[in-house]
Write a new protein. Structure first.
Length: 281
């Protein structure tokens, strides 16, 4: 049986040979996942032997990563807003950039029992985090993908917020009942079709296309949601946007008559979040 050190060295070598960005880190994280241990435990046990069965699974994982499958789809895990999320190929992997959208909503002065609607819930990272950090909040969550809704429900259960979350299978607002929402939030598919070929293989070949692009100019969902949302009584409309979509989405919201339109920058100093107001919150 090989030692931890030997297994890691060989895993790292394979990933390096296949030009996987952070080969050392990924080789280590895959072994930590299989051994259910943290980094310190792995280092302390460098000279311990690894069971053959674990070695075999480890090299299957290395093989998948070598072919650019994202680490998170192999380990089925991504942290978001300090909370654990299950992920697989049916949902977009939660991005750190999206935390800004959640942080901006958490910071608003919610002083009663707010009700929010999320269009395109995916893994549930936005809604579940909002429920975790805003007490008395209730969320209605929709997605066109039933598989995504099932994963969002699993994550709601993992993070103990099932009683305050409702799921609706819907193409945009098609099945969303008429009711008042204090806010509508969405991180819609916003990559323009013409930019799809610039994506890393990890994204293009593995993440669901329906979560990435509108197959058009990248603005179709902003137009549709901004228009449809006006049929509901809402307070706030909040979107994640692409780094260069600030001016276009601002214009869409202005044309639709939204007020107090605010753009927020991410840590790379790019537009990432836009929030507008339709009514009182
Ligand atoms: C960019 S992902 C965002 C997922 C998650 N909210 C997040 O921030 O990680 C967009 C989501 O919108 C969903 N979606 C795409 N088209 C839709 C439509 N017409 N109606 C509702 N949801 C849609 C996709 O299935 C996907 O889960």
């Amino acid at each position: 049986m090989p030692t931890v050190k030997e297994v890691l060295a060989y895993g790292t070598q394979i990933l390096n040979q296949n030009k996987i960005g952070d080969a050392t880190r990924d080789a280590r994280l895959l072994l930590m996942h299989l051994l259910s241990c943290d980094r310190a435990t792995l280092i302390i046990n460098n000279d311990k032997l690894v069971e053959e069965e674990i070695v075999a699974t480890y090299f299957k994982y290395i093989d998948r990563r070598k072919n650019h499958e994202p680490l998170q789809y192999i380990t089925h895990y991504q942290e978001f807003m300090g909370l654990p999320f299950y992920v697989d190929q049916n949902v977009l992997i939660p991005r750190q950039d999206t935390e800004l959208l959640v942080e901006k909503l958490i910071a608003l002065p919610w002083n009663h029992h707010p009700i929010g609607l999320e269009i395109g819930v995916g893994s549930g990272c936005i809604s579940v985090s909002l429920l975790h950090y805003i007490s008395n909040l209730t969320m209605v969550c929709s997605d066109i993908s039933q598989a995504a809704l099932d994963i969002a429900a699993k994550n709601a259960s993992i993070n103990a917020c099932i009683p305050r979350i409702k799921f609706i299978h819907s193409d945009l607002f098609a099945n969303i009942p008429q009711q008042k929402f204090d806010f509508i939030v969405s991180n819609p598919p916003y990559i323009p079709k013409c930019e799809m070929n610039q994506l890393q293989p990890e994204v293009l070949d593995f993440e669901p296309a329906a979560a990435l692009t509108d197959s058009g100019d990248g603005l179709a969902f902003y137009r549709a949601i901004a228009t449809e949302a006006k049929k509901y009584e809402i307070g706030i409309l909040a979107f994640e946007i692409g780094y260069n979509q600030g001016p276009d989405v601002t214009k869409i919201l202005e044309i639709e008559g939204y007020q107090n339109i605010q753009l927020f920058y991410d840590y790379n100093n790019k537009h990432r979040v836009i929030i507008a107001q339709q009514g009182e919150i």
